[in-house]
Design a protein around this ligand. Structure first.
Ligand code: ATP
Length: 414
């Protein structure tokens, strides 16, 4: 079933192109309009504002998307981030119109598009599989949609040239897809989508098939491109670094619902739930118990040690505390400070070049990571060294546990 679904998706990639061009297109960029009747038909959008209201998609008894509410203002680079099967692609496919919602609404620029067919939405999709026509050269691949829409030959030529220029492929116009690298093919797919001037571009793991280095390069290019064209990008990925690098905002999804929506910085610095902290980067999760107190900060107990957590939910009963590795401070075992410190012993020492990662076993039994910047000074904490682990209260956060199975738990059982 999995394979056949992906196959269908690839076939629909072809549809995405043909449908989108058959669509009335507002021509948000004036001169590049395909069909100016679009506004009169009253179904088109121009600003790229996307709103999902109580959106549900059920496949039999399973809710792949479970009452999602989301507002993406026009021009935003928004990522749906989550592990495999959490409902990212299904959400994207509903926005594209390839999948019919079980309930809820999809609004594009305030207009309800829930039952509008894909070709009448001002939305285009770029897939991981590129879905280029192998027998057509780059120019004709990009021109395909415009020609289907019977755009004047002169305009086709100008718009395709502009689109190829945008993705820096002008000199490859005569090449066939098979004569190009994966990264170049993906740029052709982007040009083909952008030449139609959609208000919203949906990107489903577009860099997933590329090697790590090329992916990094294209991440930067994609972000620059999005800022240049100024349209809404909705980007599906399971790669946290990719989402952090490119997005204005990210929604982290699990089991069909959204755990948190935030800017990359807020998502990393201020995760709202245990799931988000665990999913994004290394978070050093520790079971903790709340201590009722009237003072400032949240008093918690980690094992027998009392700590103050400066951030997060006011705890009650059992909860979890987290601190990022770069905020953990190691001190000699006999250091004088006592507040927010737990004794431990260095277990491992990993040289990362620009930093050193230390794994420390706390007296509570938790293993935590500390990251020390490599500034050339000697790091005295070799394996076996007894240390005091300082977790400053302004770096310690209490988290809400939504009960969702954590990515790290799933990875540990696979
Ligand atoms: P991936 O990153 O692996 O593509 P995803 O987060 O995009 O995952 P979806 O493809 O949206 O996840 O799938 C969400 C859930 O819905 C999965 O459990 C998937 O098996 C299921 N699903 C998706 N499409 C169908 C379908 N047509 N029929 C039945 N189940 C489906």
């Amino acid at each position: 079933m999995w394979i056949s679904r992906k196959t269908t998706e690839q076939q629909k990639a072809g549809h995405a192109v043909t449908d989108a061009v058959a669509a009335p297109t507002l021509g948000r960029y004036g001169a590049m309009a395909i069909n100016d009747n679009a506004t009169r038909r009253g179904v088109d959008v121009s600003g790229g504002d996307v709103e999902l209201v109580d959106l549900v998609k059920a496949f039999g008894p399973m809710r792949a998307v479970d009452e999602i509410n989301l507002h993406i203002p026009g021009g935003e680079f928004f990522s749906l981030l989550g592990s495999s099967g959490c409902g990212k692609t299904t959400t994207l496919r509903m926005i594209a119109g390839f999948e019919k919602p079980t309930s809820g609404q999809i609004l594009l620029d305030g207009v309800d598009m829930t039952v509008t067919p894909p070709h009448r939405r001002h939305v285009n999709t770029v897939f991981q599989s590129y879905a280029l026509f192998p027998h057509l050269n780059v120019f004709d691949n990009v021109a395909f949609g415009l020609r289907r829409a019977r755009v004047d030959a002169k305009d086709v030529s100008r718009r395709v040239s502009e689109a190829l220029d945008l993705v820096q492929l002008t000199q490859f116009a005569k090449r066939k897809p098979a004569q190009m690298s994966g990264g170049q093919q993906q740029r052709v797919a982007l040009a083909r989508a952008l030449v139609l001037k959609p208000s919203v571009l949906l990107l489903d793991e577009p860099l997933g098939a590329l090697d790590a280095r090329l992916r990094k390069q294209l991440q930067v290019e994609l972000k620059t491109l999005q800022q240049q064209v100024g349209i809404t990008f909705i980007y599906v990925t399971h790669d946290q670094e990719e989402a952090l690098t490119m997005s204005d905002r990210i929604a982290i999804m699990s089991n069909g619902h959204i755990e948190q929506i935030a800017s990359p910085q807020d998502m990393y610095e201020a995760p709202a739930t245990v799931f988000v902290a665990d999913f994004l980067g290394v978070s050093n999760l520790m079971e903790a118990t709340a201590i009722p107190s009237g003072g400032s900060g949240n008093r918690i107990k980690v094992g027998p040690f009392e700590l103050t957590a400066g951030h997060g939910q006011s705890p009650s009963g059992n909860t979890k505390a987290t601190i990022r590795p770069e905020r953990v401070k190691l001190e000699p075992a006999d250091a004088v400070g006592r507040e927010n410190r737990i004794p431990g012993r260095v277990e491992r020492w990993v040289y990362l070049g620009n930093a050193v990662q230390l794994i420390v076993k706390l007296a509570t039994g938790h293993s935590i990571q500390a990251l020390m910047h490599n500034d050339g000074a000697e790091i005295p904490y070799t394996p076996g060294t007894a240390v005091q682990v300082h977790m400053p209260s302004n770096a310690l956060r209490i988290l809400t546990d939504t009960g969702v199975r954590l990515a790290s738990e799933i990875a540990a059982t696979e």
